[in-house]
Design a binder for this molecule. Structure first.
Ligand code: GLU
Length: 435
């Protein structure tokens, strides 16, 4: 199985990150408080937004291939739906917790609002290592999980998508299970499906495409040309892999990439088109060799002396332990929540700009929105149209955030939160509190 958000989904880097991690919910709440202060936001609005509206917790029994039964715990956290149906990924990972789903669902609310999509925020997942499931076991788990969530998901209610450890096949099974139970084919219940059953062209590459677009714009903002930029990318999945290839096509030099087994580094630039993406051949990065290629750890990659570092694998990799050692001039967050709040403070002090996840990787949910539109209208778009509209949406969001950053003299994260939060808070103000 490939993964939507990560090709570094298990092993030492993630175990380490999980053991000393600040929970995603804690990080998300601190970021909310910071932006609320900047916006001088009403205390009551902040109080509502600190909590998810609903968390569905389910125990999913799965028959293993040997006939035994294991039970896995799954969640769907629905944070806020003031702007539209809940939207966000489902991840399969041994590190999934309720707190993580809540934090990630808050980020989805801000991400959708920042992109001005008519969606709220949700996130869910199952606490399971998908590498330890056969394809049949994975299918049984997914179909039963979809069944357990049947009352909380739906095309106008909550629309899941791929995330870490899940992919288009996972979405196809969920779509099928939901459709079978409802008695009608309902492609709009999930996004990130295979194209033949209502998926959108360009969806799989979209998170990486948006990371590449935002990196290009950020370099331009800091008067640096893409041609002379050296870039290190952690992760070679749907975010890191596609970002690496596009940035390479646009002239940048990708000097380091990594997967769960480690990183490869070539100061003269890696031939990223020759290295298989995680979705085509998992874990092919660390074995890649060449005359000037050397091996590094995932941690060392983040500390390389490059122009841009893009953490595009898992959360909590930039922490108080290594934030002082980062030598890049710019950080673009490809993964969700790669920077803890303490590390964020260190980067602010060190004046290293951090372009936040809710902007940089928002291409994924933006093309999910295009997919949902195609599904509910029963009309497909061309790949070219998807990419053109994604480019327009990303540039629009970038311009909004940049004006806030310049006008308020705040970090890129706070600027992005100000745009997102003001839209969510205004929607709440208009709709009011019922009863
Ligand atoms: N999992 C992706 C994200 O974190 C996409 C979510 C979606 O498309 O709904 O943004």
């Amino acid at each position: 199985m490939s993964s939507d958000q990560s090709s570094v989904s298990s092993g030492s880097a993630s175990d380490d990150a999980a053991s000393q991690a600040e929970s995603a919910r804690a990080t998300a709440r601190k970021q909310l408080e910071r932006a609320a202060t900047e916006l001088d936001l009403d205390r009551n609005a902040v109080e509502r937004l600190r909590h998810p509206a609903k968390i569905q917790e389910v125990n999913v029994p799965v028959e293993r291939d040997d006939g035994s039964v294991d039970v896995f715990t799954g969640y769907r956290a629905q944070h806020d739906s003031v702007r539209g149906p809940y939207k966000g990924g489902l991840r399969y990972s041994p590190h999934v917790t309720k707190e993580e789903c809540v934090g990630l669902s808050m980020w989805m609310t801000w991400k959708c609002a920042l992109m001005d999509l008519p969606f709220g925020g949700a996130k869910g997942g199952v606490r399971v290592n998908p590498k330890e499931l056969s394809t049949d076991e994975n299918e049984r788990l997914t179909r039963r999980f979809a069944h357990e969530l049947r009352n909380v998901i739906g095309p106008m209610q909550d629309i899941p998508a791929p995330d870490m450890g899940t992919d288009s096949q996972t979405m196809a099974w969920i779509m099928d299970a939901y459709s079978m139970e409802n008695g009608e084919t309902e492609p709009g219940v999930v996004t990130g499906k295979p194209e033949v059953i209502g998926g959108s062209p360009g969806r799989a590459a979209a998170p990486g495409r948006s990371v590449a677009i935002i990196t290009r714009e950020a370099l331009d903002h800091y008067d640096q040309s893409l041609d002379s930029a050296s870039i290190a990318i952690q992760g070679f999945g749907s975010v890191g892999g596609h970002a690496a290839r596009l940035l390479d096509e646009w002239g940048a030099s990708i000097v380091a990439i990594s997967d769960v087994n480690g990183a490869v580094f070539d100061p003269s630039g890696l031939p990223v088109h020759e290295i298989p993406l995680h979705e085509d051949e998992p874990e092919a990065v660390a074995g890649f060799d060449g005359p000037t290629v050397s091996e590094l750890s995932n941690e060392e990659l983040l500390e390389l002396d490059v122009d841009v570092v893009i953490p595009a694998a898992i959360g909590n990799v930039l922490t108080e332990r290594n934030a002082g050692e980062v030598q890049a001039d710019l950080i673009v967050e490809g993964a969700n929540g790669p920077t803890t709040s303490v590390a964020d403070g260190i980067f602010r002090e060190r004046e290293i700009p951090v372009i936040p996840d809710i902007l940089a990787n928002a291409g994924g949910v933006t093309v999910s929105y295009f997919e949902w539109l195609q599904d509910i209208n029963r009309r497909s778009w061309s790949h070219e149209r998807v990419n053109d509209e994604l480019e327009t949406e990303m540039l629009g969001a970038w311009d909004h955030v940049r004006s806030e950053v310049e006008e308020r003299d705040v970090s890129w994260r706070t600027g992005a939160y100000v745009v997102a939060l003001s839209r969510v808070a205004e929607a709440h103000r208009h709709r009011g509190l019922w009863p």
